[in-house]
Design a protein around this ligand. Structure first.
Ligand code: ADP
Length: 287
């Protein structure tokens, strides 16, 4: 761990809120900025990182320096129990001490080399894995944790516990991300001039919007969030303010991002999720 400059833990109170999606896209984004990145999946009972990085079926190799991560690119290495299971459907039924042992091994026996960032994707909640990783990372100085939630109260209530956990074990909270924040739709009031083509009056709004989509800087300004869940709008931001931790931003519900995650691709190099990539980029810029 001495050769790792920054260590970031990605946490959530509940499962299914997009924590692994965020962790994997964060790793892709940093690697895309030419950083040397490691992504460690300590969700021992439900490892989804191999699939989200397009590395299903890969195996870990042992060298005289230790276990070698599985590489997506030269500067993006991944480690997960998912690489050790003979069958992806196999259930890992381990008690705490065995899980702690594996996490310790992941931190001590993996030859990560020189890393700018180690991103750790933890399971949801505050269980054995969290206590172990908090202890090990704190001993080698951790930058902090990013906590991912969806807008609903049921998720936000658990995130409060997650933040309390971090404060109790002395891990700084880098900030809260609200994922699946709402559906983005083009501003309905947005209307560009009509033009006459071959004598017919044509509304060019759709064409202009499409053109704007090509240039990601302008993207966010022409879309608005519509609520999807029964949730108080801006709930995560309000909770972050209450708990005196930074709010890093929102990520929309985006079929393009879901597809990139399912297919193990970066959404930053994929034209179909430009909009969520622009939201993720502004969050990553604040970390
Ligand atoms: P967690 O790690 O919190 O259990 P995942 O990252 O596995 O959650 O995400 C759960 C599912 O939601 C995945 O199928 C993922 O593709 C999808 N998902 C996550 N974030 C988004 C988003 N912003 N828009 C659309 N689908 C998303």
């Amino acid at each position: 761990m001495q050769t790792v400059k920054h260590k970031i833990l990605v946490l959530s109170g509940k499962g299914g809120v997009g924590k692994s999606t965020f962790a994997s896209q964060l790793a892709f984004a940093l690697a895309g900025k030419d950083k040397q990145v490691g992504l460690l999946d300590i969700d021992i009972c439900g490892p989804s990182i191999p699939k989200m990085l397009g590395l299903e079926g890969q195996e870990i190799h042992q060298s005289n320096l230790g276990w070698s991560p599985v590489y997506v690119e030269d500067n993006l290495g991944v480690m997960s129990i998912g690489f050790m299971l003979p069958d992806p459907d196999e259930a890992v039924i381990w008690r705490g001490p065995r899980k702690n042992g594996l996490i310790k091994q992941f931190l001590k026996d993996v030859y990560w080399g020189e890393l700018d960032y180690l991103i750790v994707d933890a399971p949801p909640g505050t269980s054995d894995e969290h206590i172990s990783i908090a202890q090990y990372l704190k001993a080698t100085s951790v930058d902090g944790a990013i906590v991912v939630t969806t807008p609903q109260d049921v998720s936000i209530i658990d995130v409060r516990k997650e933040i309390n956990f971090c404060q109790k074990v002395g891990i700084p909270v880098l900030g809260v991300v609200e994922n699946m924040s709402g559906l983005l739709q083009p501003l309905s009031s947005l209307k560009f001039k009509s033009i006459t083509i071959n004598g017919d009056e044509e509304d060019v709004t759709a064409a202009v919007l499409q053109e704007i989509q090509r240039s990601s800087n302008l993207l966010q300004s022409v879309y608005t969030y519509s609520e999807v869940f029964y949730a108080s709008s801006g709930g995560a931001e309000k909770m972050a303010k209450d708990m005196k931790v930074p709010f890093l931003g929102r990520v929309p519900l985006d079929p393009g991002l879901s597809r990139a995650a399912e297919e193990g691709r970066s959404c930053f190099s994929d034209g179909s999720c430009k909009l969520s990539a622009s939201y993720l980029n502004s969050i990553i810029g604040k970390i």
